[in-house]
Design a protein around this ligand. Sequence first.
Ligand SMILES: [Zn+2]
Length: 52
Amino acid sequence: MGKIKIEGYFCERCNHKWIPRGNEEPRVCPKCKSPYWNRPKKNKIKKFEKKK
Ligand SMILES: [Zn+2]
């Protein structure tokens, strides 16, 4: 029995997962075409809603 390790990428923007063909890191997400797919959203400013 062998184990296969599949390395894939995960887009932080659209939650798309894919497996790259080459060894190079993709520049954009193939789905949403975002160049920031590997960068998490900044949570510098937290927004909250006022509930009343
Ligand atoms: Zn994406």
